[in-house]
Ligand binder design. Sequence first.
Ligand SMILES: Cc1cc2nc3c(=O)[nH]c(=O)nc-3n(C[C@H](O)[C@H](O)[C@H](O)COP(=O)(O)O)c2cc1C
Length: 299
Amino acid sequence: MEDTIMSNQQSIGYPNETIKLLHERGSVRSYLDKPIEPEILDAVLKAGIHAPTGGNLQSYSIIKIENKETMGKLAKLCWQDFIGEAAVDLIFCIDHRRHKRLADIGVAPHTTYHSFRHFWVSFQDTIIAAQNICTAADALGLGSCYIGTILEHFEKIIEMCEIPEGVFPVVLLCLGYPKTKPKVTNKFGLEIMVHDETYADIPDENLFVAYTERENHRQLEFTDERLSRIRNVCTRAHGEAFAEHCVGTIKRNGYINPVQYRFGLHYEADEMAMGNTDFLSILEKMGFDWFKEWHPYEE
Ligand SMILES: Cc1cc2nc3c(=O)[nH]c(=O)nc-3n(C[C@H](O)[C@H](O)[C@H](O)COP(=O)(O)O)c2cc1C
């Protein structure tokens, strides 16, 4: 499979090394006990901060954590041991504080804390910089893995990293030398992901088959415990009639299909939609209130 792109069962040559790198990337969750040389880490971080950014505002900050004790705490908090085994953990944060400080110093008006527009763009800035760092890391023989579960522990992370008002953590990225070359994970193909000119739904059957293929036709055995969990999630998300329908489908098929697994047992549909207002109140505590109407200053 070296030097080929596997796409729709067709194999074509890679046009260059960058494309090869991007096609063969994969998340790395197992790292050598080897530090990243400072000049290599600098090169990777500089590639990140050179990323495109809305209005060239660079509305983000990166908290670089190399202290093993702190990394161990993060690993424990997020229930993922490899966070503590990476060489470096990077926490990417939206940062409007820098602009506020600049505005204060430069005697300029400032409303970024209250602006959905600024928030939206800075979220994108943050992730684009993070992804440039992943690609730069891959190019230099390192590996990386995003950790999204920091969102379950925003307050603890804000406290641990002394994150001030106007700054908000988005995602953690583990970096280190990989123990082994990462495996390439199946993804939907262009026929699913790209719409020509206008958005168009593909037929249900094609969509379902594509997902099943992507998940290697995984059929999860159903146990009483799994059925009871799925029934509970379905009832809370859509009511008893739907729960009956879902469990009935599982029993008829004789297995839990990959979509039922993903939204019924992995990212449990009921739990995923809970706590929205709690997230907003943490944002508000950190100075962001763009989800409320803003009113011009009144004398
Ligand atoms: C926003 C985001 C959050 C993620 N959070 C986690 C995580 O908490 N733990 C983990 O092991 N992988 C995490 N990942 C990695 C994904 O599981 C991974 O990208 C996906 O399964 C596709 O595999 P690949 O990166 O090898 O192509 C995350 C990825 C992204 C983009």
